[in-house]
Design a protein. Structure first.
Length: 484
């Protein structure tokens, strides 16, 4: 595959996702030269001997300790050693690659005062497929120092990388395999690698892509459920979205998929059906807010100290409250949407709502039908509720009181990942029930649902009797959407 060329440091989410998926990357020579020029200016400023946090001083509670010139030579590498206190389970290769890519993009702004050589080496790690072993679980740091020490220690031959099958092996071996030397970190480069919020930023970028796909699938599942119970279409009329462009668009998609219902079964469908548009709108709106926060993280100042206006400046850019809050917002939106989907699924089991056989069984009584599928959804919803709490609540003092608050943005991104996983499973459960309800119904499906039903029929055999429905759900969970 041809390399994607970075010509400027900007908030290109598509670029980050493409590199996470394995695309190689190259840095435009002019941009690399500008980074090197800024690095040389910053290193000249360091020669005046003024204290610069983490460069010629210790870190955290040891920031008052001045380092000798001899100590400074090894200090930047040492910053990546003891801070690597995490362990498995490791992030997936796409997640880890996205973190490296985000760190590269933020370095190209010049704020971190790193060398062009370090930026080039990050690109080489991506292009050679050297994937750092980065812990999934967070740690109680003010930023992401623990995880970033794992992510970037391999540059200097420290720590482990992911090998075939996801097993970890020494980073030095991987470097030797590709005839790469251990990178010798210059002034400011060790601390630059462990500062900022590239981890939460990268993870949010990938989760946003997954969230968009899942929201689309949840809309399709909701529309199919609306169809099979013959719900009145009034709640989805365009007039109901007045003053809200996002809601208006969601309602339009639901109408297009569900079509008209000339003879609804009841005056009003259960609430879980009527509020489908409003609930899914909130997921779209929350995703938009998180995307804006990601843009701010990619273009704003997140390094500390940062080289700004010709001097080193301590900042608070490592405190990822913006990302944490908006990851939590999107998590909560999907938690609610998933609970509503599970409620619709339960209604699909009820002949009074659907007019179909009880529990969507071909032969109710001898067959259990899809009630066990609803129970799977209930378990997923219960598990999902545990990730719907506010992540930044519960501050803990560390580092002798120097680091006395945390944003836990990394954890918030991890909780969003878990929420999306649970939501995808519940959506698969609703789709399976909708597929069976459509098969049992004498009503022909509307044109807007035919593509979905064709997709489902390619994944799920006709349900004529009880069977291990977990296998059907596994296929639905793993299948790409939308269909090609």
């Amino acid at each position: 595959m041809p390399a994607l060329v970075i010509t400027q440091a900007d908030a290109d989410l598509g670029l980050i996702r493409a590199v996470a998926d394995g695309r190689p990357v190259a840095i435009a020579p002019g941009l690399l030269a500008a980074v090197q020029q800024g690095c040389e200016q910053a290193r000249q400023a360091l020669r005046d001997g003024q204290p610069v946090y983490g460069v010629n001083t210790g870190m955290g509670a040891l920031s008052s300790v001045r380092l000798t010139e001899e100590q400074q030579l090894s200090h930047q590498r040492n910053l990546l050693l003891a801070r690597a206190t995490g362990g498995p389970p490791w992030l997936s290769p796409p997640d880890a690659r996205a973190i490296v890519m985000v760190r590269l993009l933020t370095f190209l702004t010049g704020d971190a005062a790193v060398s062009g050589g370090l930026c080039q080496r990050l690109a080489e790690l991506l292009n050679y497929g050297i994937v750092p072993a980065v812990p999934e679980e967070g740690a109680g740091t003010a930023g992401e120092i623990t995880q970033l020490a794992h992510a970037f220690g391999p540059l200097a031959g420290i720590g482990r990388v992911l090998g075939p099958g996801g097993t970890a092996r020494p980073a030095r071996e991987a470097l030797r395999d590709h005839r790469l030397t251990e990178f010798s970190l210059g002034p400011k480069e060790g601390i630059a690698l462990v500062q900022g919020v590239p981890g939460a930023t990268a993870l949010a970028v990938l989760r946003l892509g997954e969230a968009a796909t899942l929201a689309s699938l949840m809309e399709a599942a909701a529309a199919l459920s609306i169809v099979v119970i013959r719900a009145p279409r009034d709640p989805y009329r365009a007039e109901c979205g007045r003053g809200d462009e996002v809601l208006t668009a969601v309602l339009a998609r639901l109408r297009a998929a569900a079509g008209d219902e000339a003879s609804p079964r009841s005056l009003q469908a259960p609430v879980s059906f009527r509020v489908a548009g409003s609930v899914l709108t909130q997921a779209h709106r929350a995703a938009g807010l998180l995307e804006a926060a990601v843009g701010r993280a990619l273009t704003g100042v997140t390094d500390s100290p940062a080289y700004l206006g010709g001097r080193f400046t301590s900042t608070a850019g490592f405190h990822g409250i913006d990302l944490a809050a908006h990851c939590d917002h999107l998590t909560a939106a999907f938690c609610h949407a998933t609970e509503v989907a599970a409620a619709r699924l339960h209604r699909l089991m009820d002949p009074a709502v659907t007019g179909l056989p009880a529990q969507l069984a071909r032969d109710p009584g001898p067959q259990a039908g899809l009630t066990p599928v609803h129970k799977r959804a209930a378990g997923e919803v219960h598990a999902m509720r545990r990730v719907a709490t506010a992540t930044p609540v519960g501050l803990i003092e560390t580092s002798g009181g120097q680091e006395d608050v945390q944003s836990f943005a990394w954890e918030a991104a991890g909780k969003l990942r878990a929420a999306l996983r649970h939501a995808r499973t519940v959506t698969a459960c609703e789709l399976l029930a909708g597929y069976q309800a459509a098969a049992l119904s004498a009503q022909p499906p509307p044109a807007g649902c035919r593509a979905l039903l064709d997709w489902l029929s390619g994944l799920v055999e006709p349900i004529d009797a009880d069977r291990p429905f977990g296998e059907d759900l596994e296929r639905l969970i793993g299948a790409p959407w939308p269909p090609a």
